[in-house]
Design a protein around this ligand. Structure first.
Ligand code: BV8
Ligand code: ZN
Length: 221
């Protein structure tokens, strides 16, 4: 299971680090349906800023190590909170994007989807089917997680022997509870982070260091 700390090694800003503010505002204030209803341009500006930050980033050794772990595993699921698509770019296959993806937009009304590159030049992209407002296909605060992704995550949590938790602050629910559920199901928890998190208290092993350095050492070739 991964969070922003894995993409941080590719130069992508995290949510709650020092640079975790967008023009002095927190994601929790902008990435919400209420903010979108109140001022959709403002929310689109936030996501155009995020997308620009992603323009030249590439997967880092941590992403590639996770892709290798999948190749070496009989059963492997990757639950990622990251919306940047870098795990798939590094070759990960069974990726559950539990908080959606910035690579697509969907209609806020009828959920029809398009590649975000097709609409990025429009100030307020509208749906070609129902003229509703298009928005990034991410999960906002206060929105339900995509049922299919949630079901896939529940299956992984029920069945896994161990959960590797890398680069997440463990504060956003319900994902923050996933490692507790896995632990309750008998899984071993290995945490990789630069600092202690709430997950450290239940981790069987916590490896403190940068994910781009620790994951390749942990996973090997
Ligand atoms: C829902 C997509 C319910 C958008 C995201 C009060 C109490 C408890 C819960 C709540 C509450 N009020 C509201 C809630 C619920 C809320 C929530 O949990 N809020 C939090 C802030 C308290 N949750 C929700 O709203 C969720 N939905 O609950 O629906 C519902 C029920 C019924 C009917 C309707 C609704 C939806 C949450 C999804 C929000 N979307 N992202 C976008 O990206 O724009 S969340 C966003 O933050 C990310 O996706 C990510 O998932 C999340 C957490 O971020 P992290 O990935 O952990 O990153 P962070 O910066 O926090 O931490 C980075 C970590 O990496 C740190 O630990 C750092 O030390 C480490 N690190 C840094 N560098 C490195 C490193 N580690 C290794 N190497 C490095 N180099
Ligand atoms: Zn529509």
């Amino acid at each position: 299971m991964t969070g922003a700390g894995v993409s941080a090694e590719s130069g992508v800003p995290t949510f709650r680090g020092a640079e975790g503010l967008w023009e002095g505002r927190r994601a929790e204030d902008v990435a919400t349906p209420e903010a979108f209803a109140r001022n959709p341009r403002d929310v689109w500006d936030f996501y155009r800023w995020r997308l620009r930050k992603l323009a030249d980033v590439k997967p880092n050794p941590g992403h590639y190590a996770i892709a290798r772990l999948e190749q070496k595993s009989e059963h492997f699921w990757l639950i990622t909170q990251n919306i940047d698509g870098l795990h798939a770019a590094a070759g990960s296959q069974n990726v559950i994007e539990i908080h959606g993806t910035i690579r697509f937009v969907r209609c806020h009304e009828c959920h029809s989807r398009r590649d975000i590159r097709e609409v990025i030049d429009e100030e307020l992209p509208r749906c070609q089917k129902c003229d509703g407002l298009m928005r990034p296909a991410v999960v906002w605060f206060g929105e339900m997680l995509p049922p299919a992704a949630l079901n896939a995550a529940h299956e992984a949590i029920q069945r896994c022997d161990f959960m590797l938790v890398a680069g997440t602050s463990g504060v956003v629910e319900p994902v923050a509870s996933f490692s507790y559920w896995a632990k309750n199901n008998g899984a071993k928890i290995i945490e990789v982070n630069v600092e202690r998190t709430p997950i450290s208290s239940i981790a069987d092993v916590s490896l403190f260091g940068k994910s781009g350095e620790v994951l390749p050492q942990l996973i090997g070739d």
